[in-house]
Write a protein that binds this ligand. Structure first.
Ligand code: GLC
Length: 535
């Protein structure tokens, strides 16, 4: 089985993780010091948000140099040391590869805008007419009013799907395609284990379309995969395409050729939150029914939260309103088509609800990814703009700077909200307490890695007459597990009847559970979950 299929992933915002030199910014050397922690938690693969030189207008998703490290974070030697240290601990590391656009500070764009005859002019998408590609939506709809921005120096409009400071690259130009493969070669030669590829659906533009998921985009991605397969087998390409399952399915490739090994499952995420708040598992079941099968060597990457707003692009307008009303009652909690809050605050800091959603994440199909800090239930800071409120320093201990930095003024302060401050939420205290959320998550990670049926088993829903009980079986090579979740705030009879098992073992504690015939009468506490091994 390819390594990524049963891996547990962990997303890191390097600036927030650990500051090794006291300058107020987390850095590569700091992460090296925390690898033991990550190993102890039990994750397998780290995804680093962009670490390249950048003016940081979109936190590094605006790259000014693809082949170097932002000085805040260290240098290439530090990066090599990190890779070596990670690999020595059996941890893999993937980078964020932002290929749809660069920063407007990138030398390519600087040259392109300065001179119509520059060889780089055609690296970007220019127009005299800002009415082209009208059908393409605006993604950062809270800040941008058009996908075209007039450039005084260039004397033309340029195309951008995100912030105006992020001009889109022109993939119709073969030189751009070659450049990107060359960038990949650079990092793959250094030994990175792959890439999380950013904003994949928008590479090409075609009049009369919404400029997403175009055949030309797929053709380039097949080229990218051929390149990786040929020279770097065993490395991972993970696709960020915020699209419906049938559209994302195409990013795994088809008979023409392969594309990504993995893709995020965006539509599942809001439905986990919906199911919980409605105490009804139907939305989860529905989204799995909409999810087409994928090739054997591919895997979904599932998540609860990440560094962006909790996106509500993959729900209906009514569902979006409902999600906003339920999970973002204050206007300032909303951003674009989403909610800029972390997991714990979204769930009222309710330990049972936090564990329950994590249990679904770790037992449903797909390889799960954790967002840094969510393993201890970190909070967010709504006073910070954009998505910065969920990118605050990792809370290592109870000290005022959370053990993150010795600087007087770090890039951001730890979350100041009562209930979430470092003295209330931190790694050291939770590691020392076997009853903590951290230990609960760690147990889930361990159990998940122990049982093949959780890694790639089939999924079968067990019908009951209570929609608040999400019960399903996962099975693989004769190994079977029964997963039961009470989504409601009330005690509920389990109502699941099983006839084909002699013994039930609690997979999280290793202890024998009640007799299978008694399961039906078992009463589940509010938001209780059970991982049961059937034998
Ligand atoms: C992706 C990233 C997001 C970024 C955007 C533009 O959606 O997750 O953080 O702002 O791409 O690069």
């Amino acid at each position: 089985m390819p390594w990524y299929k049963n891996a547990v992933f962990y997303e890191i915002y390097l600036r927030a993780f650990y500051d090794s030199n006291g300058d107020g910014h987390g850095d590569l050397r700091g992460l090296i010091q925390k690898l033991d922690y990550l190993q102890e938690l039990g994750v397998d693969c780290l995804w680093l948000m962009p670490t390249y030189p950048s003016p940081l207008k979109d936190d590094g998703y605006d790259i000014a140099d693809y082949r170097s490290i932002h000085p805040d974070y260290g240098n290439l030697d530090d990066f090599k040391a990190l890779l070596e240290a990670a690999h020595a601990r059996n941890l893999r590391l993937i980078l964020d590869l932002v290929i749809n656009h660069t920063s407007d500070q990138h030398p390519w764009f600087q040259s392109a805008r300065a001179d119509r005859n520059s060889p780089f002019r055609d690296y970007y998408v220019w127009s005299d007419d800002p009415q082209r590609y009208k059908r393409a939506r605006i993604i950062f709809c809270d800040t941008e009013t058009s996908n075209w921005t007039w450039d005084e120096q260039a004397g033309q409009y340029y195309w951008h799907r995100f912030y105006a400071c992020q001009p889109d690259l022109n993939y119709d130009n073969p030189a751009v395609q070659d450049e990107i493969l060359d960038v990949m070669r650079f990092w793959l030669d250094l030994g990175v284990d792959g890439f999380r590829v950013d904003a994949v659906p928008y590479l090409f533009e075609r009049e009369g379309t919404n400029c997403e998921n175009l055949p030309e985009t797929h053709a380039f991605l097949q080229r990218m995969r051929r390149f990786v397969d040929e020279h770097y087998p065993d490395r991972l390409l993970l696709c960020e395409a915020n699209q419906w399952p049938q559209d994302v399915r195409a990013y795994f490739g088809d008979t023409e050729g392969k594309e990504f090994h993995m893709a995020f499952h965006f539509p599942l995420m809001p439905r986990l939150f919906m199911a919980l708040a409605k105490a009804d598992y139907t939305p989860i079941r529905w989204v799995f029914e909409q999810t087409p099968p994928i090739p054997d060597d591919c895997q979904w990457c599932t998540f609860l939260r990440n560094h962006d707003e909790l996106t509500l692009e993959m729900v209906t307008p009514e569902e979006r309103e409902w999600m906003w009303k339920t999970y973002a009652p204050q206007r300032r909690m909303r951003l674009n088509l989403g909610i800029r809050r972390r997991l714990a605050p979204l769930l009222d800091n309710n330990r049972r609800k936090i564990e329950l959603l994590n249990s679904l994440l770790f037992t449903l199909p797909g390889a799960p990814i954790l967002y840094y800090g969510d393993e201890i239930g970190m909070g967010d800071d709504l006073n910070l703009s954009d998505r910065n409120g969920l990118r605050t320093p990792m809370q290592w201990d109870a000290s005022p700077q959370a053990g993150f930095s010795t600087a007087k003024r770090p890039y951001a302060s730890p979350v100041p909200t009562p209930g979430y401050r470092p003295q209330e939420v931190n790694v050291a205290a939770q590691m020392a307490d076997p009853q903590s959320l951290w230990h609960a998550i760690r147990r889930m990670i361990r159990a998940r890695k122990q049982y093949p049926s959780l890694q790639c088993g089939t999924l079968r829903w067990l019908e009951g007459n209570d929609p608040s009980i999400a019960a399903f079986e996962r099975a693989c090579n004769g190994q079977r597990m029964l997963l039961i979740h009470n989504l409601s705030s009330q005690t509920r009879p389990c109502a699941v009847k099983i006839t084909n098992a002699k013994k039930l073992t609690n997979a999280l504690t290793g202890q024998e559970f009640i007799h299978p015939l008694e399961l039906q009468n078992y009463r589940l506490a509010p938001w209780e979950y059970l991982w049961l091994l059937l034998s």
